[in-house]
Structures are given as C-alpha cells and as structure tokens.
Design a protein around this ligand. Sequence first.
Ligand SMILES: [Zn+2]
Ligand SMILES: [Zn+2]
Length: 102
Amino acid sequence: MVKCKYCKKEMKTAHGCDKFMFKYEDGAVYAPLKVTPEETYGTKRCGDCAAEIGGYHHIGCDQEKDPRTGNQALMSDAIDRVKNIKPVMKPMPKRKGIMDYF
Ligand SMILES: [Zn+2]
Ligand SMILES: [Zn+2]
C-alpha cells in the first residue's frame, strides 16, 4: 500500500493523480500531461507511478514529462505544482544559444 503524498490516493488503485499544474518562474502555468499508452509498456498503468492511461502521473513519477519543455518532470523548470489554478500559456523564455545574434 503506497499512497501518493500529493493526492493522498492509493497509487495502485487510483485512476491517477490530481491535476497539479506546472508553475514556472516567469508566471506561466501549464496543465500536466496524461499517461499515454506508450508510457505503460503494454499494460494499463504507468510502470513507475501506476496511474492509468488518461490519468495524471503522480508527482515524482520518473515517466512524467514537463508539459512545456518535454523534459523529464523531475528535471522540470517548474518552480511549483499547484492545484486549482488556470493555465497561463507563455512561450519558453528566450535562452542564449547559437541562434541568438544579439
Ligand atoms: Zn498522486
Ligand atoms: Zn507515472
């Protein structure tokens, strides 16, 4: 019996985690991504957090992806995970790279 400390649900039986939005330093807020069939490797549940297809990964799952960058959520730029807030879609902050001429 393992309960997720964020949604307080039993991970093996819950459909998925609650909808904890990704909140970023610049004020952007993105909805979490749902479990896809590819992430379950042929089963109905995520191999790491046991959320079902169509449910949200439990926070801390190593298969969850950052909805803004596509990186692993554990490596996310998000500064917080917050429930019950509206999405604020902002583009990625500009980063210095070879495409920057200024
Ligand atoms: Zn959870
Ligand atoms: Zn998961």
